[in-house]
Design a protein around this ligand. Structure first.
Ligand code: B1M
Length: 215
């Protein structure tokens, strides 16, 4: 089976909400030497896009959204350990989390895993994190980078709230803030005063690497 067929199986297994098949396809991807990041971004994540389209078209409902999240997480369990590069030097600390009111964590988890693989020390706060909790974490962990994820148009505003709260606490100039998530844009990130917008997790990690390497 060639790479294109395995990537197609990865996509299909997510769309079909098939946990056993996603596990097999992930194992086959590794056995075939497909880079895990490709299996994630070109395989499973593309399947998630189709699930989203089916949800919008009312072919899928909340139960299917939940299930697709579980399927992708099972696949991530198999692929994530292979993203790690044991030779990487410790680069800097990053705190990451999904903003208040938002429970989507798959993109944020991919970003966190790739950051760790690149040598960053990552403190993952989880989902539904309030501006106050982000500020507390910045105060306690003193990271160089704060990574914020938002997947809903209704939670985008929370990104700005976090930045305002950092300003109030006089901590804004101590961290670089990077934001990511499907509804965001470069313009929006600029407007709310973030230091960077990442269209995907790989781009996000590259931006963070440049920041710390340039210091
Ligand atoms: Co939700 N959901 N969901 N959902 N869900 C979306 C986001 C939606 C677009 C589906 C749709 O209608 N097409 C829609 C949002 C519409 C909008 O606001 N514009 C939606 C909705 C409406 C909802 C609910 C409101 C549904 C309801 O209850 N009626 C509800 C809200 C719950 C809440 O958060 N309060 C809800 C719930 C859920 C589940 C919990 C069931 C589940 C999430 C499971 C989980 O995350 N553990 C879920 C899912 C699975 C989805 C879809 C299908 C897939 C999301 C995903 O994981 N994508 C999604 C449709 C879609 O996105 N196509 C949808 C794969 C992931 C790899 O992509 O997270 O975008 P993504 O991450 C990307 C980039 O954005 C970027 O890197 C990743 C790729 O490399 N990135 C970063 C993300 N964060 C980053 C941070 C960075 C850097 C890059 O640096 C810090």
């Amino acid at each position: 089976m060639d790479e294109a067929q395995i990537l197609e199986r990865l996509r299909e297994s997510v769309v079909n909400l098939d946990i056993e098949e996603v596990k097999k396809a992930c194992q086959d991807a590794l056995a075939q030497g497909i880079p895990p990041i490709r299996a994630i971004t070109e395989g499973m994540a593309k399947g998630m896009d189709i699930v989203g389209q089916k949800y919008e078209a009312k072919e899928y409902f909340l139960a299917e959204l939940i299930m697709s999240g579980e399927v992708m997480k099972e696949g991530m369990k198999i692929l994530s350990p292979h993203l790690k590069d044991s030779d990487v030097k410790k680069m800097a600390k990053a705190v990451v989390g999904t903003v208040k009111g938002d429970l989507h964590d798959i993109g944020k988890n991919i970003f966190a895993t790739l950051m760790m693989a690149a040598g960053f020390e990552v403190v993952d706060l989880g989902v539904n994190i309030s501006p106050e909790q982000f500020v507390e974490a910045v105060r306690n962990h003193k990271p160089r980078i704060l990574g914020l994820s938002a997947l809903l148009t209704v939670t985008m505003q929370e990104l700005e709230n976090v930045i305002k709260e950092l300003e109030k606490a006089n901590l804004r100039n101590q961290v670089k803030v990077i934001v990511g998530g499907a509804p965001l844009t470069e313009e929006y990130a600029k407007k709310i005063g973030a230091d960077a917008y990442a269209p995907d997790a790989v781009a996000g990690v590259n931006i963070c690497k440049k920041w710390v390497e340039g210091e």
